[in-house]
Design a protein around this ligand. Sequence first.
Ligand SMILES: [Zn+2]
Ligand SMILES: [Zn+2]
Length: 175
Amino acid sequence: MQQNHYGRLGAVLSADLINLPELTAASVQSLLEAHEIRRPKVMDAEVEGFGRWRDRLARVFDPQDSAEQCAAVNALLGEATIRPWVTTHDGLQPHLHFVPDSADVLSRVKAVTAGGLAFVLCWEGGSRLGRCTRSACSRAYVDTSRNGRRRYCTARCGNTEAVMRHRSRQSYPKP
Ligand SMILES: [Zn+2]
Ligand SMILES: [Zn+2]
């Protein structure tokens, strides 16, 4: 999974960060641990920075159009990356990093999310970065399905919506 630090992984981390119900040093840190971000310790003083960054990530998941989505990703790249180079740390396959390994955790997360979103946008298409269309949910998701036509964050949300539609049809009086 780590082979793809700047592929889908960074995009999925972006969505998970947006979806975090509560933003605290502990919740962000455990998310980073789950994504195998190295040196994931988050200090209380850094939480606000993560909050601001996730608001900017969110713009990529609900853009007006694809030009706006590209502009949003470019703004992220401009702020979060210093220069790309190929690394093979920890015996991994060659992959790109955009900030030095010595950077603090927020800077590294900025780089991995900005880079990941750019990769998905360019290689898989911006429509794969979306929001669940179940109105009560609207969680951010990265569509990893084969045909790329997902509209819900999870199969569960899709099923819930299908049941609701079915019920509301049934509640109409039959002619
Ligand atoms: Zn790496
Ligand atoms: Zn959902």
